[in-house]
Design a protein. Structure first.
Length: 125
C-alpha cells in the first residue's frame, strides 16, 4: 500500500489554504484602502464645495458693492451685517445645490493630481 500520495495531498491542501489566507489578507487590505480613499474623496468633495461657497460669496459681495446705496436710512451698519450673513448662507446653499460647477471642476482636477502624485492610493480596476 502506497501512502506517499497522502503526504502530497496534505502539502497541496496546505498551499491552497495559505494562498486563500493571503488572498483574504490582500482583499482586506484593498478594502481598507478603498474605504480610506472613499473617506478622502468625501473630504475633498466637501472642501471643494466650501471653496465654491467662498468664491460665490466673494462674487456676490463684489456684485452688491456695485449697486448704489439709498440715502433714506442714515445708519446702514446693521443692514450690512445682516446682508453679509444672508449672502453667506445663500452661497453655502448655492454650493450645496451644485452652484456654478466650480466645486466639480476643482474636485476633478485635485483628484487627478492626487492620483498622479500618489499612485499607491489608486485601487485596481
Amino acid at each position: 500500500m502506497d501512502i506517499s500520495k497522502i503526504n502530497s495531498y496534505n502539502n497541496t491542501a496546505s498551499l491552497t489554504v495559505d494562498r486563500q489566507a493571503k488572498a483574504d489578507g490582500d482583499f482586506a487590505a484593498k478594502l481598507q484602502q478603498a474605504s480610506a480613499n472613499a473617506a478622502d474623496d468625501a473630504k475633498l468633495k466637501s472642501v471643494c464645495r466650501d471653496m465654491e461657497a467662498v468664491f460665490l460669496n466673494l462674487m456676490l459681495t463684489r456684485m452688491r458693492a456695485t449697486v448704489t446705496k439709498s440715502d433714506l436710512l442714515p445708519d446702514r451698519s446693521k443692514e450690512d451685517i445682516m446682508q453679509s450673513m444672508l449672502d453667506s448662507e445663500l452661497t453655502k446653499n448655492m454650493a450645496q445645490a451644485g452652484g456654478a460647477g466650480l466645486a466639480d471642476m476643482l474636485y476633478r482636477q485635485l483628484s487627478l493630481s492626487h492620483n498622479r502624485s500618489n499612485p499607491k492610493s489608486q485601487t485596481p480596476k
